[in-house]
Write a protein that binds this ligand. Structure first.
Ligand code: TNX
Length: 594
């Protein structure tokens, strides 16, 4: 790609109480708001201006010093920017009850307390790692058996059934912050909310001298759908493990919980399979445009799975069958209908290749590959592709899919396929990923009547490889142009005619990479549309409101900029006015590794 994507005209709010020298040179006392009693206590202890003792021997300050402190605090108070509003969160939470009198100030003494459960402890450590760089505070993590310090952030794994598998409750008071959930996943999602409730400066990799105030009140939050995903096509262009981990960070930020990896296609086979070793070494050596390609070793793939799991994201591997298989055929010509190796393919056409459905060896191959992948994948879902096998007759295709579905079931996994698998016979639990552009799809509706459930990836709303506008330097337009509003303006619950809301498992945003060649370009296509899809998957429908969404989303420009994340400065979002920003960082991951 010769045209690098642009990033937004930059951001954001003021980086601190500008114009108040006392606060900029800041001691703890300087940054303490009179509103919070605990913090005031900290300020009294930390204040250096002790000049005398009272009759009991306690230190006192002179009248002049007291006046100076009061004046400084008043100036700081006046200049301090208001905290982020409690409802300024993407995706929109289910219930928000602000309490302006209950804002909470984090200080250098803030402690993170957590119940002793290891998964909860891991979330607490992640929270600390997210907040330490910008605040410069030590933020020690301690288990609840220790005496509670004043204030602090408590993460509480209560086993509360009301909050479901992924819900959480956040209570912010002057005295402290409490995050409650029934599961570690719920705590993790709550941490993402907490992060967004701090100023954009929280994304800085180096300390920023400012107030770190959380808005007072309560949030009760649960997802609308259990499946909220994104897909990365690592076959058309290969992306190394660090790029995938960074994409996982972006998913986690918006409470997505599934990463679908499109691991194989005509242009490349990207996962090592011990029983068919040439798949990766031969089939992985190409990509669109003739670049070197690449593949994940099984250790690489495990690392991705583990990193995702630590962020409560499940990886869904896809082996695309029977079409999109040129790379496999180049490695193993015995799978080809004419038993001849095709040349490696580096173009962008689809629909020309297929493994031989009439050959038993093909099913050995499928069983071996899916067997190894099932063993590497703790998640329940295996994706078998199934799209665009144009050269396979319909009845042969249906027979092939039915046989592969049985192989997946035999491995104890649940099968997912692109919605082209709809005409094949039903098997327990099967899931269709719908990528059409017209919600009247009788074949999918019929498969749903026979028991299938669906994941919605409408090509004209959720395909993140579509251009934003005619002049977008990357992407396709076969499904139309997708600006942020188009990504946001649809309802997964009613999108497909004849498919009841109960059959919808959730949403997924695919990023095909025929034209996407780098991490910058991935981020440019993902942001800011991924949060739109995330909100459709998470937030109750009654919160759906384009104007409110675009205003909430606008505040994420400064966050991405601080974090060194590339994004498209889409004109339909009212980004904050330009301001001076620190240089963006690129490269190392922003959140702690595993
Ligand atoms: C269709 S969506 C495809 C992919 C292409 C994509 C480009 C689907 C299941 N198949 O092979 O990469 O369009 O937008």
């Amino acid at each position: 790609m010769s045209t690098p994507p642009t990033t937004a005209p930059q951001p954001p709010e003021s980086t601190g109480p500008a114009g108040v020298p006392a606060a900029r040179t800041g001691t703890t006392a300087d940054r303490t708001p009179p509103a919070a009693p605990e913090a005031t206590a900290v300020s009294a202890v930390a204040a250096p201006a002790v000049a005398a003792v009272d009759p009991a021997g306690h230190a006192v300050r002179t009248a002049g010093e007291l006046a100076e402190t009061a004046a400084r605090e008043a100036a700081t108070q006046l200049a301090r920017p208001a905290p982020v509003p409690l409802d300024d969160v993407v995706p929109a939470p289910e219930h928000v009850t602000p309490d302006a009198s209950a804002d909470h100030l984090l200080t250098a003494d803030t402690v993170i307390r957590v119940s002793a459960d290891p998964a909860a402890l891991a979330v607490a450590e992640q929270l600390a790692a997210l907040l330490r760089p910008a605040t410069g505070y030590p933020l020690p993590v301690t288990d609840t058996t220790e005496p509670a310090p004043a204030g602090g952030i408590a993460l509480d794994l209560t086993g509360d059934a009301d909050l479901g598998a992924e819900g959480y409750r956040l209570d912010v008071t002057r005295a402290g912050v409490r995050l409650t959930a029934g599961t570690a996943a719920g705590l993790h999602h709550g941490v993402q909310t907490l992060r967004q409730l701090l100023p954009a400066d929280i994304e800085s990799a180096t300390p920023v001298d400012r107030h770190w105030v959380l808005p007072g009140g309560s949030i009760l939050d649960r997802p609308r759908y259990p499946h909220r995903g994104a897909m990365l096509d690592v076959a058309r262009h290969f992306f190394g493990v660090p790029d995938v981990l960074r994409m996982i960070d972006h998913l986690a930020r918006y409470k997505l919980n599934r990463l679908h990896l499109h691991l194989t296609d005509d242009q490349g086979w990207r996962i090592a399979v011990d029983s068919w070793p040439d798949l990766s070494t031969v089939g992985g050596a190409t990509e669109v445009g003739g670049g070197p390609g690449g593949y994940y070793t099984q250790a690489d793939y495990r690392r991705i799975v583990t990193y995702a799991a630590a962020r409560h994201i499940t990886v869904i591997p896809e082996i695309d069958l029977p079409g999109h298989t040129n790379a496999a055929l180049a490695a193993y010509p015995e799978l080809s209908p004419d038993r001849t190796a095709p040349p490696p393919y580096t173009g962008t056409e689809v629909g020309f290749s297929y493994v031989d459905p009439a050959h038993d060896r093909t099913y050995d191959f499928v069983a071996d590959v899916l067997g190894e992948l099932a063993a590497l994948t703790p998640g329940q879902l295996l994706h078998i592709g199934g799209d665009e096998a144009f050269k396979v007759p319909a009845d042969v295709y249906a027979g092939f899919v039915e046989r592969v579905q049985r192989i997946v079931a035999g491995l104890g996994k649940t099968v997912v396929g692109w919605h082209q698998i709809a005409p094949a016979g039903h098997i327990d639990g099967r899931i269709l990923q719908w990528w059409g552009t017209n919600g009247d799809d009788p074949q999918t509706a019929d498969a749903v009547r026979r028991g299938a459930r669906v994941i919605l990836s409408p090509g004209n709303h959720a395909y993140l490889d579509m251009k934003y506008a005619p002049d977008t330097p990357l992407g396709h337009d076969w499904a139309g142009l997708i600006d942020v509003r188009r990504a946001y303006e649809w309802d997964p619950g009613t999108h497909l005619t004849g498919v009841p809301a109960e059959a919808v498992l959730g949403v997924e945003a695919p990023l095909w990479t025929e034209s996407v060649t780098s991490l910058d370009e991935i981020e440019f296509m993902l942001l800011p549309r991924l949060p739109a899809i995330a909100e459709l998957g998470w937030s109750p429908r009654r919160t759906h409101d384009w104007d409110a969404f675009r205003r909430r989303l606008a505040g994420h420009g400064p966050r991405w900029t601080r974090a060194g994340v590339t994004f498209h400065s889409a004109p339909d979002i009212p980004w904050p006015p330009h301001a001076t920003i620190p240089p963006a960082r690129k490269g190392p991951l922003l959140t702690p590794g595993v």
